[in-house]
Design a protein around this ligand. Structure first.
Ligand SMILES: NC(=O)c1ccc[n+]([C@@H]2O[C@H](COP(=O)([O-])OP(=O)(O)OC[C@H]3O[C@@H](n4cnc5c(N)ncnc54)[C@H](O)[C@@H]3O)[C@@H](O)[C@H]2O)c1
Length: 328
């Protein structure tokens, strides 16, 4: 059934070929598009059944094409996604789908009006480890979620055109908002541009949600530790997703504060087992692409993914404003 959907991939630099490979397996990959004829020729050799073009509009003009994948540089995302939706195509647009909330709102509205899928490439949401974390949170296993924090640090890759908030924070933020299910009512971001003027290499973010939960993100490419970690502190248990671990992607700690009756209101701590639930080895990108095909095929809630993309952009925009605010 899903093999009937025809997909075109625009942007064949580093990431696009991974998407092309997956859609070649999961659907019919019928178009490849890149402004660079050399990259286009290289991928056309890999996928000879797909037609190649350097012109995005030529691809959109194909009435047989159902869906477009946008894996071009970030500043081009919103405009290309908009054009694809206007041409009646479903869109999987790499993260972040837009640079402003206004542009993201525009995409959500257009997709709703045309009943099309506009899914952001929030890869981590499809990671089996993050799905397990979500299951632990929503099943109540951890008790009430109190605190969440993300660590995304490393030495490099040093970027010049995107700061650590937009480049790294988009991943953790998509997960934090997904786990909490709310948008923050209060936030701040502080950081510093040490290497390239105006491009923050290190950013610390604080978020407070209407329910009282709080979250933090440490985002940096100027750090001795390579960390890709999300920690959730619940009232009953605590859980960690660590993407640097090969096998133990998720660890659950049976640790919590407690107030036994005999202690007359004094807090004590309880420490029990530490265990690692089974997490599948499925490639997150494969699961993301499969979800897109499913949504295009009419299953699932297509409006939810578009709104998730908007929430992330809206919060990133607010964090950026806080980062730029001159301290009093
Ligand atoms: N989800 C993830 O984990 C992940 C990982 C890497 C990259 N990405 C995202 O993928 C996107 C691409 O990143 P990359 O590292 O592959 O960049 P890249 O610069 O290597 O490739 C981008 C390609 O897009 C092409 N391009 C630009 N404008 C175009 C247009 N109008 N029509 C057709 N082609 C056009 C360029 O010629 C280039 O080949 C970015 O949005 C990035 O954030 C996501």
């Amino acid at each position: 059934m899903t093999a009937e959907i025809s997909v075109g991939v625009a942007g064949l630099g580093y990431w696009g070929p991974n998407l092309a490979r997956n859609f070649d397996d999961l659907a019919r990959l019928t178009w490849l598009c890149d402004l660079d004829p050399e990259l286009l020729a290289r991928q056309s050799a890999r996928f000879p059944q797909a037609r190649g073009t350097v012109d995005f509009e030529e691809m959109l003009a194909d009435d047989e094409l159902d869906a477009v994948v946008v894996a071009t540089p970030v500043p081009t995302h919103a405009a290309l996604a908009r054009r694809a939706l206007e041409a009646g195509k479903h869109v999987l647009v790499e993260k972040p789908p837009a640079l402003t909330a206004t542009e993201a709102e525009d995409l959500v509205a257009l997709a709703a009006e045309r009943d099309l899928v506009c899914m952001p490439g929030h890869l981590l949401l499809y990671h089996p480890g993050v799905r397990k974390l979500h299951e632990l949170v929503t099943s109540g296993e951890l008790g009430d979620v109190l605190v969440l924090y993300g660590n995304r640090q490393n030495l490099g890759k040093i970027r010049k055109d995107e700061n650590a908030l937009w480049s790294l924070g988009v991943h953790d933020l998509s997960v934090i908002l997904h786990l909490v299910g709310e948008e923050p009512s209060e936030l701040w971001a502080h950081g510093s541009a040490f290497l390239t003027p105006g491009v923050e290499d290190v950013v610390f973010c604080y978020l407070r949600f209407p329910s009282g939960k709080i979250a933090h993100m440490h985002l940096s490419w100027l750090d001795p530790h390579k960390m890709r970690k999300i920690t959730v502190v619940g009232s009953e248990k605590m859980a960690v997703f660590d993407d640097m671990e090969l096998e133990r992607k998720v660890t659950v700690y049976e640790k919590a504060p407690e107030q036994p009756a005999q202690t007359y209101g004094e807090w004590r701590t309880r420490t029990g087992d530490i265990f690692s639930p089974k997490v599948s080895n499925d490639e997150p990108l494969r699961l993301e692409c499969r979800e897109f095909v499913r949504l295009v095929g009419g299953e699932g809630d297509r409006s939810q993914v578009a709104r998730d993309g908007l929430s992330v952009v809206r919060v990133l925009e607010q964090l950026q404003a806080s980062l730029e605010a001159v301290p009093a």
